[in-house]
Design a protein around this ligand. Sequence first.
Ligand SMILES: *Cc1c(COP(=O)(O)O)cnc(C)c1O
Length: 396
Amino acid sequence: MPLDAINAHLRRELDGLKAAGLYKAERRIETPQNTGIAVAGRDVVNFCANNYLGLANHPDIVAAAFEGLKTWGYGLSSVRFICGTQDIHKQAERQVADFFGKGDTILYISAFDANGGLFEPLLGEADAVLSDELNHASIIDGVRLCKAKRFRYKHNDMADLRAKLEEAKGCRFKLIFTDSVFSMDGDLAKLPDICALADEYGAAVGIDDCHATGHLGATGRGAAEELGVLDRIDVITGTLGKTLGGASGGFTVSSAEVVDWLRNRSRPYLFSNSVPPALVAAGMKAFELAATATDLRATLKANTARLRGGLEAAGFTVKPGPTPILPVMLGDAALATRMADELLKRGIYCIGFSFPVVPQGQARIRLQVSAAHTTEQIDQAVAAFTEVGRLVGAIR
Ligand SMILES: *Cc1c(COP(=O)(O)O)cnc(C)c1O
């Protein structure tokens, strides 16, 4: 049996992961997603969901999903261009395009697909794509699929981006593409500088706004709004799976021409099923809520400041940044894992990240704040971190 040999090989590989502390075991959550969840029979406060505005399971979004299901059915049994496009898909695409003030939007099953299907249709051998070295896996994969010349610039390093733009000078089209928020560090791409360089060298600019759309920017238009360059951004990819309700669905926003071309040539769109109407209806409600969620964004900011302040006062090093992602820097991988385990015992659910997800020697616990966290939950986290930090010797 050929599979026996493969299985034996994989058992050895999996044992290797476990020995190196790199094996990913999944904790089981016994409740719907929220800031308060149950894990292994224990009530814990969740600090690792991408539920920034607390819209996951928001009653209006759940109601919109039910309504979408009732009105438009469960599924289309078709890709979009055969018989998988309903009015609701077109309405949602218009709504998202208007939200960002761009020409059109194309929906995907996920943002992974949006990124995976973006570069190959747009860029050919004569073109260049310039990509931040810390970009999300889906961007890396998408770029791999295209024939354009690839330039990987050092993270947020404008001198290096300029050097790469110089190298790419002879290329027909140049596209700079970056995560707008880098999820392991909580920092923003230097979009104003990137846009200035793009102007200088005649390049287009695209961002993956997955960790920003809905909660960053004065009106939730994401990192580009936060940094004042939304008008200059040519392509935006994003997800319905984080701030915007937390289920799934992805999108690419750009000019009408780019989107029309993607509808005709983007392989994850052409060869994968239509987004189910319940998700589309819920996504539309999520965008509607996010557009007016000034109060939730203010609460998110206040909660983030409270947690950061409490941790810093206790002696922890929290990477600076303007997002609700708080990387508590610990250095040692075993220390990060042990702290996360001890925190769980005290009712705080968070995860330690170590190499290869982050650089060697920069292990950390990444906390993600939600507008739905109560001040009691945040204070509970600070108290637990302080106690556990002393216990394991991370702070004095
Ligand atoms: C989460 C994430 C994705 C993937 O989004 P899905 O809709 O879950 O596929 C892509 N890019 C970035 C930067 C992300 O954080």
